[in-house]
Design a protein around this ligand. Structure first.
Ligand SMILES: Nc1nc2c(c(=O)[nH]1)N[C@H]1C(S)=C(S)[C@@H](COP(=O)(O)OP(=O)(O)OC[C@H]3O[C@@H](n4cnc5c(=O)[nH]c(N)nc54)[C@H](O)[C@@H]3O)O[C@H]1N2
Ligand SMILES: Nc1nc2c(c(=O)[nH]1)N[C@H]1C(S)=C(S)[C@@H](COP(=O)(O)OP(=O)(O)OC[C@H]3O[C@@H](n4cnc5c(=O)[nH]c(N)nc54)[C@H](O)[C@@H]3O)O[C@H]1N2
Ligand SMILES: [Mo]
Length: 763
């Protein structure tokens, strides 16, 4: 009998049993299977939350263009009729306003299989239909994505895939300075799927050899319990000040590597001037101490230690999802450059270790094929996190990466495989913006907060209900994903949904190229076979792979040193940056004349932090959740079991709670001028006293209460700040938020987000 296997962003599984006895068994050779997968089957089989049939919003059928979009009932209708309506709307908008009035941003993680990737299917369809306004960069690391090409000449992808490999760190690094920590929580995930989880293993090996680790974070839990680990609980928003003060100490004591700076960097003297006080403010440990809330002597001691050790300066992605997030990347790189250990095995600079499991992975990366998305005839785009601003200000101007740009006037929004009412900041502002388009079309398998804010809802299958292939260029295994469940209700694959729309718009043949799903899978596999051949190994034929379920790439081990070739010979291997080197002063960025992103790394006070908190406001850390992937599987067992009173759990220091009359297990209202949310409370001694942690991903459930419109289920984006990192990258700043915490004493509003919205008969 064939092996039944499957895969998700949180891991790969062997499927055993059937019906109620069906199990997803993690791979036997995965050193640390993810907790997230435990909630997968129950979420997939949840009839309350799954969208069973195509549906159209009741008010929209009655002529409402959006005013009631945030809270309405739905009418279930037959597929053919709903596809006719959706295609008719697209035609109308294209004919009246042009394709530049369609926002097809569709940001989101979707599912892991290569073929049924919802965004790819949607973009292929929209491109054939004349194009759409796209989204640029990611919620994960937009600031890094925009600044890294300026300062290193490499894209974020090149930096990520070129990161110095874990085995080299385990062998050579003696001090791992982890800004934002290195967490097994986030390392559960790999975009596109993973056959192994290895980060804790490598950190453990390194620590066992004697590597010291410093967890620079408001939370001790951002690093595993390792020997030789210590915790530096800096004030959120102050890390760049700490980096500059450490740099100051290196210069002031002559511990900097001047030969390295001259050979491998440009503009270092101007950066040194800034740090040493050329503008009248020397960035000394005494300057940084009150900002960082740590003793100046500790900063001096850390700098001296760095000068003695073989150091990796590591910056998590979360560090740059904050106001002026570009600076955390640049100042971290600059600190490592001044130390002069970049380009050697196991030391230097890293961006994203632990943020997901692949960064630093010591494997061969292979560019497998995918289905073409085609070409978008519309050139317009927005930086992904500017969605509310775009919808609220058509024709308004903004700056991005040196350009002055204009927001388009969007009439139609299409989304497949993402959940903006999970991922975007300031959800009440997004609700206001969301009333603006004339029509919203959403594909999803579940009644997420976004699906229930669509006019036309197209129910998709989940990965367990279709065949697919996990082919992740960064993974050493290829996994055949079996179809192990029957599609829920009338759910269809996204491919089938878009094929139906394409046919109605006259581009059906171009979309399918005459292939059915099986035909596409075989086509993909034969592409993989050619790639493998060029790489020097052979893949089995399709039928054998389908039966075996897994193919493991031979001799896949490979290590890398970030900037290794460049540092070995900067003349022969210059970086494609403006100077051919790492730029510690960047002429192009300086010429943009931005207040919030000068020409060298700089610390600037964030819009919100505890130094400007009033009335006992706390810094909100809305970190990634341990029990699920963002909002995915929030309806599953694993996420449900971790909730309190059916709400997401927030964590606070016991003294912080006591000072507010709060105790373990009570329900707390976290609020600010933007909104509020309810969460269950757990106490945690290993965190700063001026911080509250509320993981993302509880399905947003915005309800009108006596305290105003709040999320009664605990989604932190009900209170986060919607602003760009700077006019350079315009990334989201979800970690820059202050909230007040108070006991919720009113009646507990019922959580409705995990059930379908009202489904009513047609008038
Ligand atoms: N406050 C705060 N907010 C944040 C962050 C933070 O740290 N703090 N982090 C940000 C980051 S880094 C990210 S990446 C984003 C993540 O934001 P998203 O990627 O939008 O979050 P997901 O919950 O993964 O959304 C994926 C959606 O795709 C749907 N889906 C899954 N499979 C399929 C499929 O096969 N077909 C279709 N049609 N749909 C499918 C799921 O049901 C879900 O609704 O959130 C961002 N938001
Ligand atoms: N289980 C699970 N894993 C995931 C995901 C998920 O949803 N669930 N999502 C994946 C995705 S899309 C992404 S982009 C990555 C994100 O990976 P990261 O960005 O690394 O993860 P976060 O949890 O957002 O943030 C990491 C930590 O940064 C710390 N931090 C916040 N602000 C500050 C600050 O000002 N200073 C310092 N020193 N520390 C600060 C917080 O304590 C937080 O725990 O995670 C991925 N991994
Ligand atoms: Mo992300």
């Amino acid at each position: 009998m064939a092996n039944r296997m499957t895969a998700a962003h949180w891991g790969a599984y062997r499927v055993t049993g059937a019906g109620d006895a069906m199990r997803l068994e993690p791979l036997a050779d995965d050193p640390a299977p993810s907790r997230v997968g435990k909630g997968w089957l129950s979420a997939a089989r949840d009839p309350r939350a799954r969208i069973q049939r195509p549906a159209v919003r009741k008010g929209w059928l009655g002529g409402d263009k959006g005013a009631a979009r945030n809270d309405d009932a739905f009418v279930e209708m037959p597929w053919d009729e709903v596809l006719d309506i959706a295609a008719g709307e697209m035609r109308r908008v294209i004919d009246t306003h042009g394709n530049g009035a369609i926002y097809g941003g569709s940001y989101g993680w979707s599912s892991a299989g290569r073929f049924h990737h919802a965004q790819s299917q949607m973009r292929r369809f929209l491109n054939l239909a004349g194009g759409y306004v796209a989204a640029r960069d990611t919620y994960s690391h937009a600031a890094g994505e925009v600044i890294l090409p300026h300062i290193t000449g490499l894209t974020n992808k090149e930096v990520e895939e070129g990161l110095t490999s874990w085995p080299l760190i385990a062998e050579n690094c003696t001090l791992f300075l982890a800004f934002g920590g290195v967490s097994g929580r986030t390392a559960q995930i790999a975009a596109g799927g993973t056959s192994l989880h290895e980060v804790d293993d490598w950190m453990g090996k390194a620590a066992a050899r004697g590597m010291k680790t410093v967890c620079v974070s408001p939370l001790r839990s951002d690093l595993a319990d390792l020997p030789n680990a210590r915790w530096l609980p800096v004030r959120p928003g102050s890390d760049v000040a700490l980096m500059l003060a450490l740099t100051h100490e290196l210069f002031a004591n002559g511990w900097h590597d001047e030969a390295f700076l001259k050979r491998c960097t440009s503009g270092w003297e101007r950066f040194r001037d800034h740090v040493m006080g050329g503008d009248g403010v020397a960035r000394t440990p005494d300057w940084a101490a009150p900002l960082c809330d740590m003793p100046a002597d500790d900063i001096r001691a850390l700098a001296a230690e760095m000068a003695r050790e073989r150091v990796m300066v590591s910056v998590t992605w979360g560090m740059q999802r904050a106001d002026h997030g570009e600076q955390a990347v640049w100042a971290g790189l600059a600190l490592a450059a001044v130390l002069g250990q970049i380009g050697q095995p196991g030391t230097g600079f890293g961006f994203g270790y632990g943020s997901t499991t692949p960064p630093g992975r010591a494997k061969r990366f292979i560019s497998w094929p995918s289905v073409s998305q085609g070409r978008n005839p519309v050139r317009d785009f927005i930086p992904v996190a500017r969605i509310s601003d775009m919808l609220l200000n058509p024709g308004g101007t903004y700056r991005y990466n040196g350009e002055e740009r204009t927001y388009p006037d969007i009439k139609l929004v299409c989304w497949a495989g993402g959940n903006p009412f999970h991922h975007h900041q300031d959800l009440l502002k997004l609700e206001r913006a969301w009333t603006r388009p004339e029509t919203v079309i959403v594909n999803d398998h579940s009644w997420t907060a976004t699906a229930r804010r669509a006019d036309i809802v197209l129910p998709s299958t989940v990965a367990l209900e279709r065949e697919d292939i996990m082919i992740n260029r960064r993974d050493p295994s290829l996994i055949f994903m079996s179809r192990v469940l029957e599609p829920m209700g009338e759910a269809r694959d996204d491919h089938a949904i878009f094929a139906g729309l394409a046919e109605r718009l006259g581009v059906g043949e171009a979309f399918t190229e005459g292939r059915d799903v099986d035909g596409w899978m075989r086509w993909l596999w034969s592409g993989c076979q050619s790639v493998a051949q060029a790489e020097g190994f052979a893949l089995p034929d399709y039928e054998s792979f389908r039966a075996q379920g897994r193919f493991t790439i031979p001799d896949a081990d490979e290590t890398r040193v970030l900037f290794g070739d460049f540092v070995a010979d900067p003349q022969a291997n210059p970086l494609p940056s403006e100077s051919g080197k790492l730029t510690l002063f960047n002429e192009r960025i300086a010429a943009m004349g931005l207040d919030d992103c000068p020409g060298h790394p700089a610390w600037m006070p964030p819009a919100e932090w505890t130094m400007n908190a009033i009335g006992g406001a706390l810094h909100l850390i809305s970190q990634q959740p341990d029990t699920r992937l963002h909002s995915q599987l929030d309806n599953g067992d694993e996420a449900a079991a971790a909730k309190l009173h059916g709400r997401e759990v927030c964590r606070m220091h016991p003294e912080t709670a006591a000072a507010r009359g709060l105790s373990e297990g009570c329900v707390v209202l976290l609020c600010n001028k933007r909104g509020g949310c309810l969460a269950g409370l757990r106490l945690d001694e290993a965190m700063r006293r001026d911080v509250v942690v509320l993981p993302t991903g509880a399905w947003a459930d915005l309800q009108d209460t006596a305290q105003g419109r709040i999320c009664v289920h605990g989604n932190p984006n009900a209170v986060t700040l919607d602003k760009g990192t700077s006019a350079l990258a315009q990334g989201n700043i979800s970690h820059t938020t202050l909230v007040w915490a108070e006991k919720w004493t009113g009646p507990l509003p019922m959580v409705r987000a995990l059930d379908a919205p009202p489904l009513v008969a047609r008038d």
